[in-house]
Design a protein around this ligand. Structure first.
Ligand code: AMP
Ligand code: ZN
Length: 116
């Protein structure tokens, strides 16, 4: 799938609405439409990268930015001390359904381990 056909690229462009909770020059975050916890956000790069498998060496800074944004949001929302979970699903076997890389940020309830 190219960026043109991608749901999250359309959210980045503003063509599909989303409840944006964070943005900077490289990253945006918005509420998940089907939340799996009281707080569930998706942190994504503005740039289209389909999966973890598609990352290149030059993307390391961008991936760091995604996690720093997740941490900043978790801190801002008051979950830093209690804890929160970040998840990146890679490909269908892991549950990936939208092929624009994203970090799930989940918080607000006890999160069991191992995940399903
Ligand atoms: P994944 O299954 O890891 O690919 O995660 C994709 C996530 O995107 C799921 O948690 C969906 O609920 C979420 N999602 C799908 N469409 C939208 C949308 N239009 N706005 C916000 N979240 C969405
Ligand atoms: Zn995309």
């Amino acid at each position: 799938m190219t960026g043109q056909d991608c749901l999250f690229c359309k959210i980045v462009a503003g063509d599909i609405p989303a409840e944006r909770i964070y943005e900077d020059d490289q990253v945006i975050a918005f509420s998940d439409i089907n939340p799996q916890a009281p707080f569930h956000a998706l942190v994504i790069p503005r740039q289209h990268i389909a999966t973890l498998n598609d990352l290149e060496d030059g993307d390391s800074d961008l991936m760091g930015r995604l996690f720093l944004a997740a941490r900043a949001i978790a801190d801002r929302e008051g979950f830093g001390a209690a804890g929160y979970r970040t998840v990146v699903n890679c490909n269908r076997g892991a549950g990936q359904t939208v092929f624009h890389i994203h970090v799930h940020l989940l918080a607000g309830r006890p999160l069991d381990w191992p995940p399903g």
